[in-house]
Design a protein around this ligand. Structure first.
Ligand code: UT7
Length: 333
């Protein structure tokens, strides 16, 4: 079944923001038992950006959204809704959407946070598009922002080298017939919850001295299980969605996968038989920024002139939960 929106909805502008502090593999290898060579060959990452202490997800999400608004030539007051995909909100409550709303001055907008880890941006796009297609909103901002440096365990070399901080934002609006979001395929499977998670800090295991001592407030990951599932599900959900719309991977101008590991991305690409030059890659410079990988990779592809009006684009994500999916877009500007 295709998820065809009743009104054509598309992305009409994109923005991004990263912190200034650059952390190279060489610098990391002075902090943990790792090497530039291991990180580059096993993950494709050469550097990442980390915030200074005290900065939260809204501090990157707000400038990313401001940039998207400027590029679209609209004011923050023109927004109806702000949806923020994040795994590292400024605080458990209030929602980071409230802080971003206040920072950009979106005085007429309501909003909320959406938690789906690395698939969060994709799921938020579908939620936002649904609000427009139902007639409940005209302009929706979708922000993916994560401060992964706030939850990494510097004693776990297998995870601390993988993540960066960043934010991307898009504006969603009604677009011309035949353009915008053509279809999407989303899934969750809760049997995957223990493979990639942060055990503490929620209602099941609130913060105590013991949870801090046990390192319950940092990322725990079973890397190889996540790796295999990510390749399979990103590729297969993309393929299923293309098939049912009468397209093949050869029809794609750009494949924008979640950037968790270059080996995962390359393997998904091979499974789909898409030529490597059609894949958006920014993991080398920015590492895994969770909800921000897809909008920032999209932003950078647009800047590089890799997408034009009419091109077919597939976004694909996989993350904790497990959550995963794909989205097919006929680019509209
Ligand atoms: O966005 C969320 C989704 N997350 C992902 O998609 C991540 C998926 N998983 C991965 O990307 C990979 O599994 C990792 C990058 C996390 C790990 O790569 P791997 O090739 O699966 O390595 P491994 O865990 O099998 O470890 C191989 C070796 C081990 O040493 P021994 O036991 O063979 O002596 C590790 O201790 O590599 C060692 N190792 C490291 N060595 C140097 C692990 N991390 C490092 C490191 N530096 N940073």
């Amino acid at each position: 079944m295709t998820r065809t929106l009743k009104i054509p909805v598309g992305i009409t502008a994109v923005g991004q923001a990263y912190p200034e502090r650059l952390v190279t593999n060489a610098e990391l290898s002075t902090m943990v038992d790792t090497t530039d060579e291991w990180i580059r060959t096993r993950t494709g990452i050469t550097e990442r950006r980390w915030v200074e202490k005290g900065q939260g997800a809204s501090d990157l999400g707000a400038p990313a959204l401001r940039m998207a608004l400027e590029r679209r030539g609209i004011r923050a007051e023109d927004l109806d809704v702000i949806i923020v995909a994040t795994t590292t909100p400024d605080t458990i409550f209030p929602a980071t959407a409230c802080r971003i709303q206040q920072k950009v001055g979106a005085t007429k907008a309501w909003g909320f946070d959406l938690g789906a880890a690395c698939s969060g941006f994709l799921f938020a796009l579908s939620a936002g598009a649904g609000l427009i297609a139902s007639g409940a909103a005209t302009r929706v901002a979708v922000v993916g922002t994560d401060i992964m440096s706030s939850i990494i365990d510097m004693d776990d070399r297998a995870t601390c080298v993988l993540f960066g901080d960043g934010a991307g934002a898009v504006i969603l609006e009604q677009v011309e017939e035949g353009f915008g979001i053509l279809d999407f395929e989303h899934h969750v499977d809760g049997t995957g919850v223990d493979f990639l998670h942060m055990p503490g800090g929620g209602s099941r295991l609130p913060a105590t001295h013991e949870t801090v001592d046990n390192k319950d407030h940092v990322i725990h990951q079973s890397g190889q299980d996540v790796f295999k599932a990510a390749v399979r599900e990103m590729a297969d959900s993309s393929r299923l969605m293309l098939d049912r719309n009468g397209f093949t991977p050869a029809d794609l101008k750009l494949f924008v996968p979640h950037q968790a590991n270059l080996r995962i991305m390359d393997a998904a690409l091979r499974r789909l038989e898409i030529p490597p030059e059609r894949m958006a890659v920014n993991i080398d410079r920015f590492a895994n920024t969770t909800a921000a990988t897809i909008p920032t990779a999209l932003f950078q592809s647009l800047e590089a002139g890799k997408v034009a009006k009419g091109d077919l684009v597939v976004l694909a994500a996989f993350g904790a939960g497990f959550t995963w999916g794909a989205m097919l877009i006929r680019w509209n500007f």
